[in-house]
Design a binder for this molecule. Structure first.
Ligand code: FES
Length: 153
């Protein structure tokens, strides 16, 4: 019995010691200056990222399109100059539905709620679920050899 009481009192003492050290540690932390913000130049993680396709095997016909690397590439005209292509975000701004080029209607349409956009990214029709969408991001493109590259900004 006495031994148990001794152990209990020892345990209570240890608990008080731990609590005291924790409180003092917490107290000193509260006096620390606020964390400094990360150094400049952080910005968005995907800024400057690129997506590319090979024009030797992809987008060989006017009206064809392909989504890769978060970019929807569309061939609007013949020839391999940047003016023959457009590159937009591949996911619908509304809720992330896949976007497709509808050549017969000359527009981009979402597969989820049928919102529609021009090849320049402007909204032609809002989603059919009563929600609203935003204009598409349109990316700059460059061509090197047969490789068409979009730079995601
Ligand atoms: S996700 Fe595209 S319209 Fe809803």
């Amino acid at each position: 019995m006495e031994r148990n009481e001794f152990i209990k009192s020892l345990g209570l003492g240890m608990a008080l010691v731990c609590a005291g050290s924790c409180l003092s540690a917490c107290g000193s932390k509260s006096n620390d200056p606020a964390p400094s913000p990360p150094g400049g130049g952080g910005g968005g993680g995907t800024t400057g990222a690129t997506a590319s396709i090979d024009l030797a095997t992809q987008l060989t016909t006017v009206g064809s399109f392909v989504a890769t690397g978060g970019v929807l590439f569309i061939r609007l005209a013949a020839g391999n100059s940047t003016s023959s292509f457009v590159a937009t975000q591949a996911a619908c701004p509304h809720q992330g539905g896949a976007l497709n080029w509808i050549q017969a209607s000359n527009l981009i349409q979402c597969s989820l709620h049928a919102s529609q956009y021009t090849s320049g990214g402007a909204i032609l029709r809002q989603p059919n679920d009563g929600g609203t969408t935003n204009a598409l991001k349109v990316y700059n493109t460059s061509i090197s050899g047969n490789i068409l590259t979009a730079t995601i900004v």
